[in-house]
Design a protein around this ligand. Structure first.
Ligand code: PA5
Length: 446
């Protein structure tokens, strides 16, 4: 099985009858999502996307990726939130968090426009010195400040280095098919553009050109990724019985936890390659469910390292947590602990043991300890670490998020809360039209 949900370590915390009684809610949420009859139904394009995606656009993505691979040493992906987290998560999971340090025949990939740090910008510009560079600016709205600032800087860099004509061959734009400043600008400048479908929100866009162009540049097998997602979609749409549908079971379990006061979910991995997958997941669930005064707070850890920081809290702190652990059953990288004649550290009992086995025992020991400490654990077991399995997992989380959000009683597909900081930032920066707000905010800051 590509992905299995092991509920053994959450069972002690569950009243089976309470869980079973959620089946009707699960069925209703499943139906609303499939039929597009709930709030936010304009943004359900991702549900059937792994089957119905635009094959012509997909072919263009692959062609552009091959062109980028040939023509640069450094590929800069400019975007924020859903416009970069998915591709970064996939590249780090399947290639490596140290992708740029690997020996490889694909360009180094850096992400920009996801902060407003002068230091990061200066560092990235110095990395680009003497290198051939291509960029992909990604913004559905085409108006988000952080990527717009970065795009302005890198466009100028490319035009200075290659001239306006040369830069045109190196700038790739992913945005709305017709609307927005970026689309208008790209068309006028003659950049190749890719589409963020109207009905797919940023955090659900990893399997559109938003994610696929950078992912393809890194050399990941995008066909396998899409096939994994397609098979997941077929499986999770086929039945609303949560005992036969792991995705619905996950949605039900996390809502049950929430109702029992477990209002923080921690996504756990024992591999640092999952760090950005955790970040992608946090955005997916945080933006989808955290509204109307409701929602599970999505947090994440990478063990063992975080066992020596947050481990104390998870074991022993406020009992408002549950964990969802991702484990890969057949890791593709192995390393045996070496034998040492002197055995000063007393570790020869581990000599010859694969580090994956040590990691597995750390995971099992931790799960049991956390359960004993009062933290329920959901265990998601992946068959392997392939592009296919990751595609399956991405879709699993997306579909579960839609169902879970509807069970929570929110619109999982908007993000009204993201606007508040933007308004204040624009006012404080003196953007025309924000004069009154500026004075009010400045008075509060005195
Ligand atoms: O999930 C979302 O919709 C957001 O996180 C957006 O992806 C993010 O705000 C960036 O927006 P845009 O792509 O319009 O620049």
């Amino acid at each position: 099985m590509t992905l299995a949900l092991n509920d053994k370590y959450i069972k002690p915390f569950i009243d089976e009858k309470a869980l079973a009684s959620m089946q009707s809610e699960v069925s209703a949420a499943h139906r609303v999502l499939m039929e597009g009859t709930g709030e936010g139904s304009d943004f359900l394009g991702w549900v059937r996307l792994p089957e119905t995606y635009d094959k012509e656009e997909y072919a263009r993505v692959k062609k552009a990726a091959a062109k980028i691979q040939k023509s640069c040493d450094v590929f800069i992906v400019i975007g924020i939130g859903g416009s970069y987290l998915g591709s970064r998560a996939v590249i780090e999971f399947l290639k490596s968090p140290m992708y740029n340090n690997l020996k490889k025949d694909t360009p180094d990939i850096y992400f920009s426009g996801c902060n407003i740090s002068a230091q990061s910008m200066n560092e990235l510009l110095s990395i680009c010195e003497g290198k051939d560079v291509c960029i992909n600016v990604i913004s559905k709205s085409g108006t988000t400040t952080e990527p717009a600032v970065a795009f302005r800087i890198f466009r100028a860099l490319l035009e200075k280095k290659y001239g306006v004509e040369g830069a045109r061959e190196r700038i790739f734009v992913t945005t709305d098919k017709a609307r927005g400043t970026l689309k208008k600008f790209a068309d006028e400048a003659g950049y190749e553009t890719f589409v963020v479908p109207d009905d797919v929100g940023g955090r659900f866009s990893v399997l559109t050109s938003v994610g696929l162009l950078p992912i393809a540049v890194s050399g990941v097998d995008t066909d396998a990724l899409m096939q994994g997602a397609a098979d997941a979609a077929a499986a999770f749409m086929a039945t609303d019985d949560m005992e036969k549908n792991t995705c619905l079971k996950y949605a039900a379990l996390r809502n049950l936890m929430y109702r029992q006061g477990k209002c923080t979910e921690i996504l756990v991995s024992y591999e640092s390659y999952a760090t950005m997958l955790n970040e992608w997941w946090k955005q997916l669930y945080g933006e989808s469910e955290g509204k109307d005064g409701k929602g599970i707070f999505p947090a994440s850890v990478i063990f063992s390292t975080d066992l020596h920081s947050l481990g104390q809290y998870i074991q022993d702190g406020q009992r408002n947590l549950f964990e969802t652990v991702i484990a890969v059953k057949n890791p593709d990288s192995k390393f045996a602990v070496p034998f040492d004649d002197a055995n000063v550290d007393g570790l020869n009992f581990l000599a010859g043991v694969d580090m994956n086995d040590v990691n597995d025992k750390a995971m099992k020991g931790t799960i049991l300890a956390h359960v004993d400490g009062g933290t329920p654990n959901i265990l998601l077991e992946l068959a392997d670490k392939s592009a296919y399995t990751l595609g399956y997992l991405l879709y699993f989380f997306e579909f579960a998020c839609g169902v879970s959000g509807y069970m929570l009683g929110v619109n999982p597909f908007n993000q009204p809360g993201v606007e508040a900081y933007k308004k204040n930032m624009f006012a404080l920066l003196g953007k025309p039209g924000y004069e009154e707000a500026k004075a009010a905010l400045e008075a509060r800051l005195k």
